[in-house]
Write a new protein. Structure first.
Length: 154
């Protein structure tokens, strides 16, 4: 990370192919539009192995958000280098909490992205087997949550 004033956030879901890349792209656009992108390191990853899903890309493109995302799995270094690790559901949270216990000097605050949702929808459901409407719902939740997270950490 560049400077000590730089904050960092890692968005995590099961495969890093739907929810976390949507959250990453939404947050990156919000940070850029707010003029604070240079103060953030922003990334996303998975608790398993995969690659970005076409419906997630289509949803982002519909909203004018570009991404060059490539899926990756969470590493032990992520727990030491990121300020925040925000995940999508209880399973992700459990996996991350277990992995964090194996890391010395874990500095990341691990929590549900949905904990920032003003509509109190704590779980961002996996849209992988769903419809375009399910991806849209994920997008809308990510917009609400990322906006509240950015406001709370500006």
């Amino acid at each position: 990370m560049a400077a000590t004033s730089t904050k960092s956030v890692l968005f995590v879901c099961l495969g890093n192919i739907c929810r976390s890349p949507i959250a990453e792209a939404v947050f990156r656009k919000m940070a850029t539009d707010s003029g604070v992108a240079d103060k953030w390191v922003i990334d996303s990853s998975a608790t398993s192995d995969s690659n970005i899903e076409a419906s997630a890309l289509a949803c982002l493109m519909k909203h004018g958000i570009e991404t060059s995302h490539r899926a990756r799995k969470v590493t032990k270094d992520d727990f030491m280098s990121f300020t925040y690790i925000l995940c999508m559901d209880e399973s992700n949270l459990s996996d991350l909490t277990k992995k964090a216990k194996t890391v010395n000097n874990c500095k990341a605050k691990i929590e549900l992205l949905g904990s920032y949702d003003p509509q109190k929808q704590r779980i961002i459901r996996d849209p992988y087997y769903g419809s375009d409407e399910d991806f849209e719902k994920v997008y809308e939740q990510c917009v609400r949550c990322c906006k509240a997270f950015l406001e709370a950490n500006s």
